[in-house]
Write a protein that binds this ligand. Structure first.
Ligand SMILES: Nc1nc2c(ncn2[C@@H]2O[C@H](COP(=O)(O)OP(=O)(O)O)[C@@H](O)[C@H]2O)c(=O)[nH]1
Ligand SMILES: [Mg+2]
Ligand SMILES: [Zn+2]
Length: 313
């Protein structure tokens, strides 16, 4: 029995990297992974598992158990009606977005930031395709995320702009790239390591027939750059919408970094809905510009979504 690292997998067959760097295709033995019951997928890229090698086949093995996770990044899978593990044991979540093609989606970013904070994983707002130009709205949101304590970085997988800085941030960490299909997650990976040669596809092809884009998470080790430790990246499946998991509507404001310090100080105390009450410190902060209107709107929409189970946006 030895420990290995899950690189990816589907249909209960997982690619497990062994200590010597080789990869074994492993099935899960029986029902040993009880602690992950109820999930859309039992294991995710980044998981560490205990496996037993097949004595007759160096490329095969059986997963016996899961090593307890330091953290996991999950979203609610609406179709499968279950939480879906996107990645595990992360040091960083890069929430990838674009100024255009596909259009800038700040609410997607807000949701992913909240889920990252809820899991205590450091998030980075990564704007790709900055060669297309960031207009005022995008820059305004970026400076607001910075103001409330999030890191942001503008890069272009196409021109290479910002890629050195990105590589330095990623060095020595396990990072998940999370973002909608088409924002350039695979292109960023190719730019970081030209040997990968991952399939990328134009937006117009993304939703067409026979296209082949990432449908499962996959972990890649990048070569170390001079003077830096190597980076590992998980390319997660492109998610069209990001639905929060395991966060209650009444607690949502706790995950908005600029709202959290105000909670409890409203005239109505903890029973304040922050929607219309006089003496609401959150509403006052919105009027005073301390909470960005767009963030307040994000909060309202997500709260309604969590309360009713109906998807907004
Ligand atoms: N203009 C521009 N296009 C890019 C950039 N990065 C990726 N793309 C294009 O965006 C499309 C989607 O990229 P892909 O990597 O497949 O996105 P993914 O679905 O997130 O993996 C492809 O046509 C890429 O050529 C960039 O920095 N600038
Ligand atoms: Mg891709
Ligand atoms: Zn209030």
């Amino acid at each position: 029995m030895s420990e290995g690292l899950v690189l990816g997998g589907t249909n209960n067959l997982f690619e497990v990297e062994t200590d010597d760097g080789s990869v074994r295709l492993c099935a899960i033995k029986g029902k040993v992974l009880k602690d992950v019951e109820g999930y859309y997928n039992p294991l995710a890229a980044g998981d560490r598992v205990v496996y037993e090698g097949d004595p007759l086949d160096a490329g095969r093995g059986m997963i016996l158990s899961l090593v307890p996770r330091a953290n996991h990044f999950v979203r609610w899978n609406q179709k499968g009606k279950a939480p879906q593990l996107l990645a595990a044991n992360l040091d960083l979540i890069a929430v990838v977005t674009t100024p255009d093609e596909p259009p800038f989606r700040p609410r997607f970013v807000d949701r992913a930031l909240i889920q990252a904070d809820a899991e205590h994983i450091r998030p980075l707002v990564l704007v790709n395709k900055c060669d297309l130009g960031c207009d005022g709205d995008v820059l305004d949101r970026l400076s607001d995320w910075e103001r409330i304590g999030y890191e942001t970085l503008q890069v272009s997988a196409k021109t290479g702009e910002g890629m050195d800085e990105l590589a330095s941030i990623l060095a020595g960490k396990l990072t998940a790239f999370v973002g909608q299909s088409g924002v350039g997650k695979s292109s960023l990976l190719n730019a970081l390591d030209s040997r990968l040669g991952l399939r990328t596809s134009a937006l117009s092809e993304k939703f067409g027939r026979g296209t082949h884009t990432t449908t499962k998470g996959m972990l890649f080790h990048l070569p170390a750059r001079e003077g830096e430790r190597p980076a590992s990246i998980i390319d997660t499946p492109g998610v069209r919408r990001f639905v929060l998991h395991d966060i209650e509507a009444k607690d949502l404001a706790l995950y908005f970094r600029e709202m959290e310090p105000l909670i409890g100080s409203c005239s109505w105390g903890l029973s304040c809905s922050h929607l219309h009450e006089p003496g609401c410190k959150i509403l006052e902060a919105v009027y005073a510009g301390v909470i960005h209107e767009e963030r307040y709107e994000s909060w309202q929409r997500i709260r309604e979504e969590l309360e009713t189970g109906r998807l907004a946006d």
